[in-house]
Design a protein. Structure first.
Length: 136
């Protein structure tokens, strides 16, 4: 499945001095948005991430997929995974980007699509963001 056009974006993590690289796919700004993230060793360009993102877009969802810190085109802090202890701040940065730049409201039209790996950053993310929406 081929992704349609996308916007290359950069946005800050909630941790100071970390900039994250992402792609934003917009079907319709009034449609729900899905934040796609992944587990260890993957990245926004990984085939599994792209296939899932394409399926979501094809079915009418806007999609934000990005590289966590220390991966892909995002900033490196120490070059090692934090096993979720820092990465949750990256997910919150994606959340903030969608609210502050794209104009989404934190309502029940939010989804976070999580790929294998480190669930710990989602547990911490969920406590730092509005609890409305779906954590999948």
């Amino acid at each position: 499945m081929k992704l349609s056009s996308y916007e290359t974006i950069r946005f800050p993590s909630r941790q100071a001095d970390i900039s994250l690289s992402g792609w934003y796919l917009e079907v319709n700004p009034n449609y729900p948005v899905v934040i796609v993230t992944y587990g260890m060793g993957d990245g926004k360009g990984d085939a599994n991430v792209l296939i899932a993102s394409g399926m979501l877009e094809h079915n009418g969802f806007n999609v934000l997929l990005y590289d966590l810190r220390n991966f892909g085109d995002s900033d490196k802090d120490n070059g090692h995974t934090g096993a979720g202890n820092k990465e949750y701040q990256d997910v919150l940065g994606a959340w903030d980007y969608l609210i502050n730049v794209k104009g989404y409201r934190p309502e029940p039209n939010w989804f976070v699509w999580y790929f294998n790996g480190r669930s710990s950053h989602f547990n911490r993310f969920w406590t730092g963001a509005s609890r409305r929406g779906c954590l999948c």
